[in-house]
Write a protein that binds this ligand. Structure first.
Ligand code: 5RP
Length: 295
């Protein structure tokens, strides 16, 4: 019988041993159908296997956030450097022109605002029909493992996976960290693996210690959120460490659009994700771009 103590046992994650070679460039997705592979290839660059997702879905819980007061002004200049835009259908339809070829990670869970202490009771807030109309490359649904709404959020995830599988649309499972949860490796190991086992194709989580164990134990790609704004150099360091330790990219918001120069910042993050830049080289790129890019 599986038990709670089982997750305390030290494990051998065989970090040095690569998973068996796949022909398809997205981890764990060798056996999915053509349409799903095609959508995943829009998100993950087939040459690098990585993705730079730009997250600006924060308004669905926070209203207007610093840097996102005017989506129609702040986001369009950043689109060319992103592989994928993560947003709500309302933000996309009202503020973002559809005349680009970027992947769309459509925020499909909805529930409470930041005014609530417990935000874990979300529902699926977008019909699969509307996700298809929005040409979603993936459907993003939040999970709240360990919170009072855990079961409800897992129900949202599995329903989204069933709906997505029906039409070849991958699910991006987002690991939310409620106020009562700690951002420990143990927590992220549990939550990321659970989401993969429920059938999501991509997991979004936060960077933490022992991150290479988390990516090793998760059979599908992990992208990291940036979290609260830190200095530009620190954000590049987090990105670099995550990529070195097996992340397949970032799904970053505040550390891009709240940067002193967001356009320079997204280019610098991109250089780490896709071009193997070191932190120093990427930060220099940021500083150079900052001087010559107006925003
Ligand atoms: C909220 C989200 C956000 O998209 C996510 O937090 C990414 O943004 P940031 O880099 O600002 O943390 O998934 O649930």
């Amino acid at each position: 019988m599986a038990d709670k103590d089982g997750i305390n046992l030290p494990k051998d994650y065989a970090i040095d041993i690569k998973p068996p070679t796949q022909h398809f460039h997205v981890k764990g997705m060798e056996h999915v159908d053509w349409g799903m592979k095609n959508r995943l290839s829009k998100i993950f660059n087939p040459k690098t296997g990585k993705t730079l997702m730009l997250a600006f879905d924060h308004g669905y819980i926070m209203g207007s956030t610093s840097g996102l007061e005017r989506l129609d002004l702040s986001i369009p200049p950043l689109i060319e450097d992103a592989d994928c835009l993560m947003a709500t259908r309302g933000a996309l339809r009202s503020c973002i022109m559809p005349d680009h070829n970027k992947a769309i990670a459509l925020r499909c869970s909805a529930g409470s605002s930041v005014l609530k202490d417990d935000m874990s009771h979300e529902v699926i807030g977008v019909d699969i029909d509307d996700a298809i109309r929005m040409n979603a490359s993936c459907i993003a649904v939040q999970s709240f493992i360990g919170a009072s709404g855990e079961c409800q959020s897992i129900n949202n995830i599995v329903k989204a996976v069933d709906n997505g599988n029906r039409y070849g649309i991958p699910v991006l499972g987002v690991v939310a960290v409620g106020k009562e949860m700690k951002r420990t490796p143990k927590y992220f190991l549990l939550a990321t693996r659970m989401l993969a086992e429920f059938g999501v194709s991509i997991v979004k989580t936060y960077y933490c210690d022992d991150f290479e164990k988390i990516t090793a134990a998760c059979p599908v790609p992990i992208v990291i959120a940036g979290g609260k704004k830190v200095s530009e150099k620190e954000a590049l360091e987090i990105t670099y460490k995550a990529i070195q330790q097996g992340a397949a990219g970032v799904d970053m918001g505040r550390n891009v659009f709240q940067a002193e120069n967001p356009k320079a910042m997204i280019k610098a993050v991109r250089s780490v994700v896709h071009d193997k830049f070191s932190v120093e080289k990427a930060f220099k790129l940021y500083e150079d771009m900052k001087r010559c890019t107006t925003y």
